[in-house]
Design a protein around this ligand. Structure first.
Ligand code: SF4
Length: 320
């Protein structure tokens, strides 16, 4: 394995036109690096831009600005035709296993489709050689191959989604809230399956989730996004032990915990109010409208994402 990062995202920006000349600032100048065989968790409330960021990286959306390097190769402006061979290297698992699988296709056809599209097999019959072992690997059986996705539970469907993404042996998998729609009892099974694949194949994951408790077990590093920007990035353990950004502290305060005394303490740091519109994000620090520690400078000047020691990056005037 060489030392080139699996994914480098530099100043990535994605704006959408919203009619009447308005612009949605979905992703603004996001920077991060994902090393090979590692997992970066990307967290934030819904509407913070994490899914737009993931979809821009995988080039479902064209970036407005910035650069995306996949294993050192600049894919920022590649045409879809040039991207096609690289799609083998980079796959996505979607949040909603009900919506992301074609209801008119059998499970075999769903998993075989990318194998046929990339010319790995020429016929559906040949694809069985890949499809059957893959089904078993995700905890399903050969007998499931001829069934349709709607015949399965949510957890089984997500296993089919994982099988489809991993059958190409990708090096990077973008997991867009892969467990959010699943029962809590199934979430751990899916996470363990993803972790097992990582150990076996050295696959890298960009793991999107809306709360920090979901990424704790799976991530090496965690990035916290707020209104299109990264506000804190550090090692996973560090973010739970020593969260710095008031927004991160608020997110941690919103994780349900069993001990009532600890729960009351945590409640004090919960975030109040709604996330502002990304059409006209607040000036300065975008979190200042909800931050209990906001100072005059916070509404005037945007804090930079800076290393405050041992690779712990935070964008907040309290630390600058
Ligand atoms: Fe709060 Fe100011 Fe820090 Fe923003 S920069 S998080 S408003 S203290």
């Amino acid at each position: 394995m060489n030392n080139t990062p699996m994914l480098e995202v530099k100043d990535l920006t994605k704006h959408f036109k919203a009619g009447r000349g308005q612009v949605v600032h979905a992703v603004d100048h996001v920077n991060f690096t994902l090393e090979k065989g590692k997992t970066l968790g990307l967290v934030g409330e819904s509407g913070c831009g994490k899914s737009s960021c993931a979809r821009t990286i995988i080039r479902i959306y064209d970036p407005t600005e910035g650069q995306i390097l996949l294993d050192g190769q600049d894919i920022t402006h590649m045409k879809q035709r040039e991207l096609k061979p690289l799609r083998r290297k980079m796959q996505m698992i979607f949040q909603d296993p009900y919506a992301s699988l074609n209801a008119r296709m059998t499970v075999r056809d769903i998993i075989a489709e990318p194998l046929l599209a990339h010319g790995i097999v020429k016929t559906k019959e040949q694809s069985n050689e890949y499809v059957y072992p893959m089904l078993e690997r995700v905890g399903l059986t050969k007998e499931h191959a001829n069934r349709y996705a709607h015949e399965f539970s949510g957890g089984q469907r997500q296993r089919v989604g994982i099988a489809r993404a991993l059958v190409l042996q990708p090096e990077l998998v973008i997991c867009d809230e892969p467990i959010s729609a699943l029962d809590v009892s199934i979430q751990a099974q899916v996470i363990n399956l993803l972790k097992d694949f990582q150990e076996e194949r050295g696959v890298s994951y960009l793991f999107i989730a809306h709360d920090l408790s979901m990424v704790r077990y799976v991530s090496d590093d965690v990035g916290v996004m707020y209104l299109g920007q990264l506000v804190e990035v550090c090692e996973s353990d560090e973010i739970y032990r020593n969260p710095l950004h008031p927004y991160t502290k608020g997110l941690l305060g919103s994780i349900p915990i069993a001990n009532p005394r600890q729960a009351r303490e945590k409640e004090k740091s919960s975030i109040e109010g709604d996330i502002p519109s990304p059409i006209s994000p607040p000036a300065g620090c975008r979190f200042h409208t909800r931050c209990p520690f906001a100072k005059p400078v916070c509404s005037e000047r945007a804090p930079e994402l800076k290393d405050v020691g041992a690779g712990h990056m935070v964008a907040c005037h309290l630390y600058q």
